[in-house]
Ligand binder design. Structure first.
Ligand code: MD6
Ligand code: FE
Length: 209
């Protein structure tokens, strides 16, 4: 099942069994209780994202009028982000990612939410891959190349799928065209959760690559 679907892109459809998905949702409820979802805003214009976000880990990704960045605290509560649940760290290791991730961005897609084509490039290092976990309704994921122009392909990411962008794909353009409402029964409220784990700062010399 698992395969390299493009250079540097490892796709693991159905990596998480249903029991594991449910346990992960319970872990995420604890994270969200400590770090509620917020609505990020576009740099400069302040236009709201259609996706809500929160984070866990020593660093979290935020966006507001001042720009995109990683910071150790929640933009609204001012508190540190809760730790990344062990169950997620286990997925990081299971796909062969090195060391430990520093940030896990949690995206919530409600009705009509989508995410434009973008690169994940706010990290200080690109040496580790980005590991993405999908839960809930299926998403239509679009992947392009390392420039904004050029051909793209689309892939459906279902609940329990894991996709890893590493090596030459680390800076690949990607986005979410739409989410197929009602395609999963995992989340009682419907919608989709996406978790992306990242390394933000370079590994210390003693932490393996
Ligand atoms: C999403 N995913 O699936 C958005 N980024 O909702 C991402 O933006 C993403 O899936 C980097 C690597 C893998 C991803
Ligand atoms: Fe991304």
């Amino acid at each position: 099942m698992t395969g390299m679907i493009a250079e540097g892109v490892a796709y693991h459809p159905g990596l998480l069994p249903a029991t594991e998905q449910k346990a992960l949702v319970a872990d995420l409820h604890r994270v969200i209780a400590a770090a509620p979802f917020f609505t990020p805003q576009m740099p400069r214009t302040g236009a709201p994202f259609s996706v809500e976000m929160t984070n866990c880990g020593p660093l979290g990704w935020v966006s507001d009028r001042k720009g995109y960045r990683y910071q150790p605290t929640h933009p609204e509560t001012g508190r540190r982000w809760p730790p990344i649940p062990e169950r997620l760290l286990k997925i990081w290791r299971a796909v062969g990612a090195p060391g430990v991730p520093e940030a896990c961005l949690i995206n919530r897609y409600g009705e009509g939410a989508k995410m434009g084509l973008h690169q994940d490039r706010d990290e200080e290092t690109f040496e580790a891959p980005v590991v993405s976990v999908s839960l809930g309704d299926t998403a239509v994921f679009r992947m392009g190349g390392t420039t904004r122009r050029g051909p793209t392909r689309s892939l459906r990411l279902a609940s329990g799928d894991v996709i890893v962008f590493g090596g030459p794909a680390r800076l690949m353009y990607h986005g979410i065209d739409r989410v197929l409402a009602g395609s999963s029964r995992l989340l009682p409220e419907g919608g989709r959760l996406n978790l992306t784990m990242r390394r933000v700062t370079p590994f210390p010399a003693d932490e393996a690559g």
